[in-house]
Design a binder for this molecule. Structure first.
Ligand code: ADP
Length: 171
C-alpha cells in the first residue's frame, strides 16, 4: 500500500473513494462534511437519509463507516465515518483508529483501490493534529487492506507538515 500526503481539498480528489468526517446523524454538517455535500449535490444526502431509515435508525456509531454515492464529485463513492470528539480525560484513540480501519474495510468491500482521507476529528472535534496524524498513519498501515493507495488530504500547510513529520517518524 502506497501512502501519499497532499495539501488540498478532498472534494477535488480523483480517487475511487473519499472519506467524509461525518457526524452520527449523517445529515451533513460543517468542515469536510459541508464541503462534500455542497459540491457532491443532493444525491449523497438522499442516500444518507435512506441509511437512517434502514440500517442506521439511531445514526452511524462513532468509529463505524458506511458508503454512499459521491454524486457529482470526481470520486465514485463517499465513505462516511464518524470520528470521536477529543477528550482530555478519556482515551478515545481506538475509536479514531477504528474510523480508518472500518473505512478501509468498506473500501475493500467496494473494490476501491485508491482512497483519500481527511484528518478525521481534527476540526470541529478538536483532536490535536500530531496525535491524530500518528493514529491515522498507524491505523492505515495495520489495516491489512487491499487498497493500493491511501492519500491523506490535508487542508492547511500546517496540517501537511505535521503529517509529513509523523510519516518520517514512523519510518
Ligand atoms: P471533525 O468534525 O471530524 O473534526 P472537520 O470536518 O471539522 O471534522 O475537520 C477535519 C479536518 O478536515 C480538519 O483538519 C479540517 O481543517 C479539514 N478540512 C476541512 N475542510 C476540508 C476539505 N474540503 N478538504 C480536506 N480537509 C478539510
Amino acid at each position: 500500500m502506497k501512502l501519499v500526503l497532499v495539501q488540498g481539498d478532498i472534494t477535488e480528489q480523483s480517487v475511487d473513494a473519499i472519506v467524509n468526517a461525518a457526524n452520527s446523524s449523517l445529515m451533513g454538517g460543517g468542515g469536510v462534511d459541508g464541503a462534500i455535500h455542497r459540491r457532491g449535490g443532493p444525491e449523497i444526502l438522499e442516500e444518507c437519509r435512506a441509511l437512517r431509515a434502514s440500517r442506521y435508525g439511531r445514526g452511524l456509531p462513532v468509529g463505524a463507516a458506511v458508503a454512499t454515492t459521491a454524486g457529482r464529485l470526481p470520486a465514485r463513492w463517499v465513505i462516511h465515518t464518524v470520528g470521536p470528539v477529543y477528550s482530555r480525560s478519556e482515551d478515545r484513540s481506538h475509536l479514531l483508529a477504528s474510523c480508518y480501519a472500518e473505512s478501509l474495510h468498506v473500501a475493500d468491500s467496494l473494490g476501491a483501490s485508491a482512497v483519500a482521507f481527511p484528518a478525521v476529528s481534527t476540526g470541529i472535534y478538536r483532536w490535536p493534529m500530531e496525535d491524530a496524524a500518528r493514529i491515522a498513519l498507524q491505523a492505515v498501515r495495520q489495516a491489512g487492506s487491499r487498497v493500493t493507495e491511501v492519500r491523506f488530504v490535508l487542508f492547511s500547510p500546517a496540517a501537511y507538515a505535521v503529517f509529513e513529520r509523523a510519516l518520517e517518524e514512523l519510518g
